[in-house]
Design a protein around this ligand. Sequence first.
Ligand code: ZN
Length: 94
Amino acid sequence: MSGCGCGIENGAGPFSKGRELVEFVWNAHGGTVRDQPIRNGGLEAICQGCGEDFILQTYVGSCPHCNGVHAVAPMNPTSENIQFGGKGFTLAEV
Ligand SMILES: [Zn+2]
């Protein structure tokens, strides 16, 4: 998979895990991706911080229960590919 055109070749990428993926998506395409709605109304997610179900509606989003930050690579947005930024990680730190 190299057809994205992100120009990201060093380190973090769409196959990163956890916080690295969250930061990758946050910064992808100059920050224009993170707020875009995921097609088909979002992805069903299970928060990896508190275990509650929620819908990830944008490529970077927060759990409404604990504010845990989750993200999914825009090239492959499926529930299985949702990554969690880690406990205590908030978007204010990005
Ligand atoms: Zn949560």
